[in-house]
Write a protein that binds this ligand. Sequence first.
Ligand SMILES: [Fe+2]
Length: 216
Amino acid sequence: MCNLAHHGNEFGFLVDVPEIRGLIDETHRLTAAIPDARKRVDALRPAFARLLAADGWLPKEYGEPDLESGMGGGIGQYALYRAEDGSLCLFSLVIPPGTQTPIHDHLAWGLIGVYRGVQDETVYQRLDDGGDESRATLEVARQQTVRHGEFYTLLPPLDDIHYVKTVSEMPSISIHLLANDTACVTRHRFNTETGIVTPFRSGYSNARCPDQSPDH
Ligand SMILES: [Fe+2]
């Protein structure tokens, strides 16, 4: 099913609730005030924790799998807020039980936390110099289990390549605040056995990318 937002409301607050406005307003304030990405992300932690701890703000349909998803595996990716200039987005990622994402990157700083269910995250470090866009040599840097209210940060190139898997019996829902329009930028999938890197664009389940046709 296609859950495209109607009436062209595909940027700004696709879900307009005080909890999301609070986090986005704080992100804009801190982005203007703190040039250093690491310090900015640290300063954002309390506001991000508040959103994960709050209840009742995520519409039910944005917490359900999407069988037509661009990520595959029924993984739903729902835009909640998108800056029109592509500098910031907030989205929910819904991963059915036992399903895992491809190994992928994000290409932006940000925060990712679990809102429902439990995810295992496996983070990779890149051993090559990144000079060849079509190949990469990765090794597992660490694995962690992430539960409701827990979150981690991305500061590319640090910790930017990972995959996550739902290990709860219910679908997991993670909330992503990232400094790009994540689903619309060309990112990369990594195959650790062959070393092959494949460009991909996940797309949102509920909104179009700027160059996507109306019937995508
Ligand atoms: Fe990810």
